[in-house]
Design a protein around this ligand. Structure first.
Ligand code: AMP
Length: 114
């Protein structure tokens, strides 16, 4: 997989506002926040898109989701609610090809998305 800006954030080659880190997952604030809370959770091991997930990634993806939901709870978002989004490829609106989960909260979300 080609290097992305997110790999550079993992290696601390470019700055980011990191809010979560464990052995497998990094969480940092989106540079172009779309909500009062907008954090990206990424696996440290680079996986380009949802299409590239293997059966053996099941635990890793579970850890990614749990990191986001635990953070949401710690930030007091759980009761009001929040949104988790993973964009895939062009129609999904993916622009950075290192799989990431957007956690958005702190305002009312709308459906359907644009
Ligand atoms: P996506 O469109 O789903 O691929 O989302 C990519 C997200 O990465 C966008 O919301 C960008 O604002 C965000 N982003 C791009 N570069 C950075 C960066 N250096 N630090 C934090 N977020 C970034």
């Amino acid at each position: 997989m080609e290097d992305t800006i997110f790999s550079k954030i993992i290696r601390r080659e470019i700055p980011a506002d990191i809010v979560h880190e464990d052995d497998d997952v990094l969480g940092f604030r989106d540079i172009n926040a779309q909500a009062p809370t907008h954090v990206l959770f990424i696996p440290k091991r680079p996986i380009a898109t949802l299409n590239d997930l293997q059966e053996s990634d099941a635990v890793l993806i579970g850890k990614l989701v749990l990191a986001a939901t635990r953070y949401a709870r710690a930030e007091g978002l759980a009761d009001d609610g929040y949104r988790c989004v993973i964009n895939c490829n062009g129609h999904g609106g993916q622009t950075v090809f290192h799989l990431h989960l957007h956690l958005l909260g702190g305002r009312q979300m709308h459906w359907p998305p644009g």
